[in-house]
Design a protein. Sequence first.
Length: 204
Amino acid sequence: MRCDISHIQPIMYSKAFAYFQSFVKDFDLEIKLVKGRKTKLGDFCAKINAPSIITINNNLNKDTFAVIFSHELAHYIVYKKFGRKAKPHGNEWKLNYITILSDLLNIKAFEDEKFNMLVQNIIYNPKATVSKNDLLFEHLVDNQANSNNLKLKDIQKGDKFTIVGKTRIFEKLEKRRIRYICRCIDNNYLYLIHECTDIVKIKA
């Protein structure tokens, strides 16, 4: 089966699309665009008697889309070679992920110079999720349609807020690396919330 990715061409830069079109043409794989999800940017689902499936959120900017696609393609390659014997984000996955990203850098597939540096950072130390790479997460957030929203990092300790689209009220407490300890006013539980989370500040 030939893998058709023509439907994702509008959300990729030309050099990245040309690379991926050639790279995946013989893969037994289906690429699906899905509505933006809060819990993940992309995922890979292995199939035995049917094409495996990669889903990617349709609200990503072009540079981030290419990185997420690379991440999921690395899962596909590892699965086809090792089945379920390899760890999901083990050395085999890291090697393939790094290889794809290096290829993209070599052909200058990313048009944002700042993003090129972020990708080099990923290659140096690839993580299982984008949110674990705070620089890349910040770039992703800054390029989303909601980039004008207030972020958790923008308010002061002790300020109260809600997360955009949610109703629970939190109080901002201490910082822990790229997250803040926040106390939920409703149940008094403590939560770790990423500093780039979109919030609405509650006026005192």
